[in-house]
Design a protein around this ligand. Sequence first.
Ligand code: S3P
Ligand code: PEP
Length: 422
Amino acid sequence: MTTPWLAPVAPGAVHATVDVPGSKSITNRALILACLASGPSVLRAPLRSRDTLLMAEALRCLGAEISDGPDGEWLVTPRTPRGPATVDCGLAGTVLRFLPPLACLAEGEVTFDGDPQARERPLHQVLDALRTLGGEIDGNSLPFTVHGGGGIGGGEVTIDASASSQFVSGLLLSAPAFRNGVTVRHEGAAMPSLPHVAMTVRMLREHGVRVDDSQPDTWSVFPGEVRSLERTVEPDLSNAAPFLAAAAVTGGRVTVPGWPTETTQAGDAMRGILARMGAETLLDERGLTVTGPRTLSPVDLDLHEVGELTPTVAALAALAEGTSRLRGIAHLRGHETDRLAALCRELGNIGVRAEETEDGLVITPGEPHGGQWRAYADHRMATAGAVLGLRVPDVTVDDIATTSKTLPDFPRMWSRMLETVR
Ligand SMILES: O=C(O)C1=C[C@@H](OP(=O)(O)O)[C@@H](O)[C@H](O)C1
Ligand SMILES: C=C(OP(=O)(O)O)C(=O)O
């Protein structure tokens, strides 16, 4: 049972500083790399949310030691992966797509399952690729079993990663431990979320792994040692987006400390998007500060590389001064839920005209009114409902607890931000 959450209206402009916890994408990559490393690693300021706790638990089940340090860090001691093990993927794309390659390194059976909605998420491309690389796997979707033989040959593989960049990232992350490394070639419609693959490549290199990404749509990871590392995780910039949006829709000001000046996180694109909508953005030693405009300008945006920002951007577009068009995001139909259908339905429920196109959304604001906002177990749908509720009275999010996927403290952080209204 979930408790409906009446999204608080902002009675004025917010003026807040919001500390955002660590990046999901960095935390889950760092955990995997630390478990493949040649010695113990330290992960400072990791995100602790459902997606990352599931990753840590799965890696423990495969033999790794992951313990809590005195300052909230994770201390990771790698062990040779072994089965039998059971992996609960929850609804985490990163667990679902990043761990099967690692499971191929284990001796013994590794069984994967997850939430009902996870069973619908695209996956077979990764499992087919692993079979080509020498893995033995029963099944093409959840639940499935990897019959680990203590390692795989690796080599060359072609994959259609147009449904998710995570297929490629998953193969690359474990590839230093494949006997021959890997060369992954993407063939198909344009691959989404390329910054996330750049993040994978950068993090592999930070662990001393040799990677060649000089050719378009082709990545080679060479076999060899993964060096241990002490790393501090950047704040999650995509999770920062709804808080920055709060400044934008209330004409207020929000600062997110620790915003990196250089990053591979897709959420960094929020700076440019908010500027296009008329907000002021300032990146300095205090972090990123967004100051909202009097009215939000409509936008025509290609979000192909930064699809995970779509629910927040759609909420902003619904409060803008005209029709917005969001493009390049057909792959969002395979995210936590079909985000294009969900956004159309829920925006429609509160009086905003939203139409689904072949690869995106067209949003025409109108006069939004209160109503139920369903989250569909999608953390970013839930936070998009919260953004709309700042301006539209009586928006009720049916399941705010689903934000625990990446931001368990969201409701408290949101109320604290609203205490700063003036
Ligand atoms: O590798 C990652 O950490 C992610 C890649 C992206 O997935 P898709 O390529 O499936 O969009 C992104 O949307 C997701 O939130 C996280
Ligand atoms: C698509 C997302 O998550 P996942 O890592 O489960 O794919 C997301 O967080 O927006």
